[in-house]
Design a protein around this ligand. Structure first.
Ligand code: URA
Length: 434
């Protein structure tokens, strides 16, 4: 079998056999297939797509590329959560301790930033001392002891995804339904949870902005879950604008801590309650969605969720004092404001442009090898539906290096559309697909 024949076959729009898919996944993971051939195949897949059978085979081949985690030592139903990637999406930082505080074990392996979106592991590493590289036995032990662990996907867990994900990030092949579905579901299957709640983002800040594409992605992932025996519930949620107000790693941790105190932005809290309630019901820790929401709401009010977060931070080697003193999170000292050019209502905010601006500031990677700066990013002062006066700040940028500052400023200024009409309020959750 030759890789060049496989590329050609997909370029011509033909269906690859399970053997060809396995050959690619194994060869690329083991380093026998070079980046340029893998990139060419990914681009062919981007344009030609994969059939349901090819997508399932790709998912399985990726699961088989590494170790599979056995969570049976943890009592109860383990429910995992995953987002398709958004801007300012710090949900896991809030949701994992919140759901754990309500009695459902959360064993969460998370990823790093991809393209214009951030990643939970980068965010967590903004907490001084916090370790995200846990061995699997330590990860399982932590969930047994305190009910929650959020750790980086280990090198041995779906190593194929680690390599393919990094390559997609720099070859413009992220926004592809079968590649996203196999990437997410292979990690969920290998990570061993009994059920999965998927947060599929819709709107300008999502990898797949259009509702029909997001729905197709949700259906593809639900079908993989069904075929491979995991209950999978997909939420289609709003990512037209960033979630909350902060974009950038330390800034987002700060906002997540506020949300855990019940003082977070409304959209973030609403999303955490919606996803969390579904997780509790799947884990059989609540009789129904309403009861689950009540339980979670009181844990945000009474400090239960915050204490669980603090416990997790301490056990993973981080400084638990960040919870009381968020000044311990290093945020870039230089602040630059982007001002409104006109007065009116904010009609729309291009989430992707804001995500790209944060990458320009250094909060995300522009190439596979880039080091990110956890202290930089931006905070939005205005969101869709807010009124604004000309000259008022729309966004504050937290800057360390001025190299791409003007590019970031231009992107942000262009991301805001201001008009006379007050736009209709946006729902957070559009649809739930079970
Ligand atoms: N999140 C993932 O884990 N994989 C993708 O391909 C996109 C978002």
């Amino acid at each position: 079998m030759r890789m060049s024949d496989i590329i050609l076959k997909k370029r011509e729009g033909q269906e690859l056999s399970p053997e060809e898919i396995k050959f690619f996944v194994r060869g690329y993971t083991e380093g026998n297939i070079p980046d340029y051939q893998a990139a060419a195949l990914l681009m062919a897949v981007f344009f030609r797509g994969l059939s349901p059978l090819e997508t399932a085979e790709l998912t399985l081949a990726m699961v088989e590329s590494g170790e599979k985690i056995d969570l049976s030592a943890i009592a109860g139903c383990k429910v995992d959560k995953h987002s398709t990637g958004g801007v300012g999406d710090k949900t896991t930082l809030v949701l994992a301790p919140l759901v754990a505080a309500a009695g459902a074990p959360v064993a969460k392996l998370a990823g790093r930033g991809l393209g214009h979106t951030g990643g939970t592991i980068d965010k967590l590493e903004a907490i001084p001392g916090l370790q995200t590289e846990l061995s699997i036995p330590a990860f399982i032990q932590q969930v047994k002891e305190i009910g929650v662990a959020v750790a980086a996907q280990t090198r041995d867990l779906v190593p194929a995804d680690k390599k393919i994900y990094a390559l997609r990030d720099v070859t413009a092949t992220v926004e592809c339904i079968p590649l996203i579905a196999s990437s997410i579901m292979s990690k969920k299957l290998a990570a061993g949870a009994d059920a999965v709640v998927l947060d599929v983002k819709v709107g300008a800040g999502a990898f797949l902005p259009r509702r029909e594409d997001a729905r197709a992605l949700a259906r593809t992932m639900a079908a993989i879950g069904r075929q491979l025996g995991r209950t999978t519930v997909c939420f289609l949620t709003d990512m037209e604008q960033p979630l909350g107000r902060a974009v950038g790693n330390a800034l987002e941790v700060r906002e997540a801590i506020a949300a855990l105190k019940g003082e977070g932005p409304g959209d973030l809290e609403e999303l955490c309650l919606a996803l969390g309630a579904q997780m509790l019901v799947l884990a059989k820790k609540a009789a129904g969605i309403d009861q689950a929401r009540q339980k979670l709401t009181s844990l945000l009010k009474n400090g239960g969720a915050l204490r669980k977060f603090q416990e997790m931070v301490a056990v993973q080697g981080g400084n638990p004092e960040v919870v009381e003193n968020t000044e311990l999170l290093k945020v870039a000292g230089r602040q630059e404001k982007v001002l409104a050019q006109a007065a009116g209502y904010v009609q729309s905010v291009d989430g992707r442009a804001l995500g790209r601006a944060a990458v320009y500031l250094g909060a995300g990677r522009q190439s596979k090898e880039d080091q990110i700066d956890l202290s930089v990013g931006l905070v939005m002062h205005k969101k869709i539906g807010d009124t604004v006066e000309a000259g008022e700040p729309l966004v504050t940028m937290f800057v360390q290096q001025a190299r791409y500052l003007e590019d970031a400023r231009k992107l942000i200024a262009g991301a805001y559309k201001i008009g006379e009409e007050k736009p209709a309020p946006r729902p957070m959750v559009y649809e739930v697909i079970a």
